[in-house]
Design a protein around this ligand. Structure first.
Ligand code: OAD
Length: 248
């Protein structure tokens, strides 16, 4: 692993425009379980039954009671870890321009990253399905489930459910960032959910170096990424940034 950490630091030292694609794995060390794999949320509940827009439309009470309440409790308490902070440092060093995150936990912004594209939305906000009014999740009156807006409409998380499109402005900005970077860091994503998993492919085709940080191999490994640094996001990112600072 040491050699690959040095290699990543060298690649970053030479880079002018770094982008990152992050997934649930980057927040695992903050105490938020991932979706897939051991201990993952989709092991406990079926995403098609709780995280698909059709399921929400069919039975919002059921989805609110299980998925949304569970996520709220977890996300409310989570704090950024060494990986989120490492990416902030990378931005301050003038390397990292844009983070494209699939996470809805807001931890990149809480850590201090300034350009974060929330590909799947943000759980910190709820949106009225009738009048589109947005309200901070923590300010939503949950005494009645599903919570209702003043207009009588139902609040839903300002996130992308399965079966919904990625907001077009997020998609186009992500594609641009992916095409313009010279290094793409792919941290803590299983890379199985489209279209997010296509983002590193855009970078690769545009000639960027693609570096993965993940304890496990993914479909990108050996196919799209130049190399995988096998390990936890916090530990690996922290060590890469420390090594980079020695080089600069
Ligand atoms: P997944 O749960 O699919 O994958 C998590 C990845 O993190 C796996 O590849 C793990 O090996 C890796 N991992 C676990 N612990 C880690 C650690 N400490 N450091 C680094 N990596 C670690 O999460 P995503 O790829 O983000 O969609 O899932 C993509 C989308 O699927 C999510 O945004 C969500 C879900 O359904 C929506 O909510 C729309």
């Amino acid at each position: 692993m040491e050699d690959l950490i040095k290699r990543a630091a060298q690649d970053l030292a030479e880079a002018k425009n770094v982008a990152a694609l992050t997934g649930a794995g980057i927040s695992v060390e903050s105490g938020i379980p991932p979706f897939r794999g051991k201990g993952g949320l989709w092991e406990k509940i079926d995403p098609m039954e709780y995280a698909h827009i059709d399921a929400f439309m069919r039975d919002p009470v059921k989805v609110w009671n299980v998925l949304i309440k569970e996520m709220k409790d977890i996300v409310d308490q989570a704090q950024p870890n060494a990986a989120h902070k490492g990416l902030v440092r990378l931005e301050k060093l003038g390397k990292l321009k844009t983070i494209i995150t699939q996470n809805v936990d807001g931890l990149h912004q809480l850590a201090g990253s300034t350009d974060v594209i929330e590909f799947h939305g943000n759980f910190a906000w709820q949106r009225c399905m009738d009048c589109d009014r947005r309200l901070k999740t923590r300010n939503v009156d949950m005494s009645q489930i599903p919570p209702h807006c003043e207009c009588g409409g139902i609040f839903r998380p300002d996130c992308v459910f399965f079966g919904e499109l990625i907001p077009p402005q997020h998609l186009s900005r992500s594609q641009l960032a992916a095409a313009q970077c010279d290094v793409m860091l792919v941290i803590g994503t299983s890379a199985v959910v489209q279209p997010a998993s296509y983002i590193p492919v855009i970078s690769k085709e545009a000639g960027a170096r693609v570096i993965e940080i993940n304890p496990e191999r993914t479909p990108l490994t050996g196919a799209v990424s130049d190399y995988l640094i096998t390990g936890k996001a916090g530990e690996v990112t922290g060590r890469i940034v420390a090594e980079l600072e020695r080089l600069l």
